[in-house]
Design a protein around this ligand. Structure first.
Ligand code: SAM
Length: 276
């Protein structure tokens, strides 16, 4: 028994026949110390509804409840996990709502009461589309106070990379334009069952109250797509996809037309987007 009175996760998996399904990105965490560490990194949880994508057998769900989340809404696509989650609901009466469905399709805003945080050990196959969906919410600031998410380390590094770093690209610009993004800690592959091929990392994104300099998000997306789509080319060339005369635009902003996209800061991209 764990201190929540529920059986250890290995027993839960065996009892419900939850052998991992690769197509659903299932790599489970059994170590409740680790899941509690992830839950604590999203603190405070008290007073918040926590949306969890992909609870699976419920290791992180249990940690979120044990660490004091007022209410957890968990969206799971694999119906085999539902009986295990029902046991957690019974142990924490009135605090867990399980929704069977695809997180990419469910309107999460319909399930929220009061302030919300999103916390998830994401299925890798849908992690980036889910993140982009959350980052491109309108209006901004959005309906969630923070995102605390597990990604493959390589994706985590792209989210937090700064101008000039190898991992810097479109995902870095959109993430950091809209949020303060930081990598909290790595999680070794051996912590998962079955272990994935690569190391994972927990990233936290906190929406900026005001995104500056102010620009239309679709303009920012077009400029970064043009710049990083041809990242080896000079900006005066790569930005021809969006400006008739990129050299003039770059010079007017005090930017070097012979530089490459990876040298521009998030704020430089936003200033370029303002010109669109
Ligand atoms: N939270 C559990 C843990 O930490 O052990 C499981 C994490 S596992 C990496 C990802 C979970 O997301 C699986 O339970 C999988 O069935 C679920 N999943 C995959 N695609 C999904 C989707 N589109 N919507 C909701 N859940 C999904």
């Amino acid at each position: 028994m764990s201190d929540d009175g529920l059986p250890p996760l290995r027993e839960v998996i065996a009892a419900h026949g939850l052998n991992a399904n690769k197509a659903l990105g299932q790599n489970f965490l059994f170590d409740l110390n680790l899941t509690r560490r992830i839950a604590r990194s999203a603190a405070p949880l008290d007073g918040f509804t926590i949306i969890e994508v992909g609870p699976g057998p419920g290791g992180l769900t249990r940690a979120l409840l044990a660490e004091g989340a007022t209410h957890v809404v968990a969206i799971e696509r694999d119906r085999r996990a539902l009986p295990a989650l029902a046991e957690i609901e019974a142990a924490y009466p009135g605090r867990l709502e399980v929704i069977e469905g695809d997180a990419l399709a469910v309107d999460l805003t319909r399930h929220i009461k009061g302030p919300v945080k999103i916390v998830a050990n994401l299925p890798y196959n849908v992690a980036t589309p889910l993140l982009i969906g959350w980052l491109t919410q309108e209006p901004w600031p959005p309906w969630f106070a923070s995102l605390t998410l597990m990604f493959q380390k390589e994706v985590a590094e792209r989210i937090v990379a700064k101008a000039g770093e190898d991992a810097y690209g479109r995902l870095s610009v959109i993430s950091q334009y809209r949020c303060e993004a930081k990598k909290l800690f790595d999680v070794n592959r051996s912590a998962f069952t079955p272990p994935p091929k690569v190391t994972s990392s927990i990233v936290q994104l906190v929406p900026r109250a005001k995104c500056e300099p102010e620009c239309a998000l679709n303009a920012l997306e077009r400029v970064t797509a043009a710049g990083f789509g041809q990242r080896r080319k000079m900006l005066r060339q790569s930005l021809k996809a969006v400006f008739p005369n990129p050299e003039d635009v770059l010079v007017s902003l005090g930017l070097d037309p012979t530089a490459r996209a990876e040298t521009l800061t998030v704020s430089d991209f936003a200033r370029l987007a303002q010109k669109l």
